[in-house]
Design a protein around this ligand. Sequence first.
Ligand SMILES: [Zn+2]
Ligand SMILES: [Zn+2]
Length: 412
Amino acid sequence: MTLLDDLAEDVLLSPAQLLAALAEHERRAAVLALAVRHVETAGLWAAEGAVSYASWLRDRGRMSAATASRWVRRGRTLDRFEPLAEGAVSGRLAEGQVDVVERLARPKYDELLSAQVSGLVDVIAPLSVADAHTVCAAWQAKADAVINEAEPPLEPIRDLSMGRDGGGSLLGRFVLPDDAATELEKAIRTASTWGGTDDDRSSGERSADALFDIAAFYNRNHDRAGTPRHRPHVGMSVDESTVREGAPVGVDDDTHFPHQSATTDTYLCDCVLHTILRDSYGTPVGFGRSRYIVPVRLFRQVAARDGGCRFPGCDRTVRYCDAHHIRYWRHHGTTEYDNLVLLCNRHHHLVHRQRLEVKLLPNGELHVTWPDGRHRVSRPHRVSRPDHPRPDRPPPDPQPSSADPPRVAAVT
Ligand SMILES: [Zn+2]
Ligand SMILES: [Zn+2]
């Protein structure tokens, strides 16, 4: 007996019944959005001490910030534009169509949209979401022209919406005007790599990897001041006890979304560490010294040896690379020349995710072994010449004392 069997009377399995149930769900959601707006305007939520309605919803409704703001926005839009609310509540408009119109609900279109939303609803009601989008884009272009007194639209249509699914993957959609599209296409082409005949990634996977690289590269280098590779890029809090237990779970300081342990491990390899002192209730009471896991001087020495990503077949340059601890930092691997190797963003995450065994020989060869026994070797991109002797080993970077571990380490 599965849960689905238990709920068989509620879960209607024919395609037509499913579509009808989804439509009913959307109608109820529209009514609920109006109710959300009603509670907002009544203001009673403020008596509970919340600083904003969205924060009250987050707290009392146990919602993510994105979900709370989506409900608040939907409630305000439906309340403001009655023909849209009528379409949503009656089921004449599907949620996807309401989403499209909602993007027009901006202060500068307020007056024009109020006057024309009824006609707009009539036009898009029989259309697919894609066609509704085209119609609304055309409406927006005309509205811009009217607002700008027949001048061509100053602001092109652009939109980006994204959110995490239950598995942690980011899903989204975007609309970019021609100039932004050209830049993005060029950046994806530039950042895409192909590792030869062994590279069996699809073109979509290569583009996704390129986008990951672009984001990581920007986050490391967005501030021109200082040493580019060590500018803050991802702020993360890690409970030190989970590091000791071998499955470190970091929480993104911006989104509060937990990282998988392989992701946490990757960031811990080469980051800036801040010690945050907490009292017995877990409240921060002070901040200790910040330090680089891999000091800049040591990174440069490793870079001089490796010349770029050392993953076999990869030709990513030093600017794209992290220093990876061959013996993990949390396994008491030292931050020393012989225990570090450069890996590009993609291959650094891959090594941690696939738990590859990496071995660096004194002659500079790097041996990479997969859990299924596959084995590949890479050599430094630039062989040290006699006039560039192997650098002296720098003094070991001080490791956190096990006798006095930080309760929480934040990585930036
Ligand atoms: Zn690493
Ligand atoms: Zn690489």
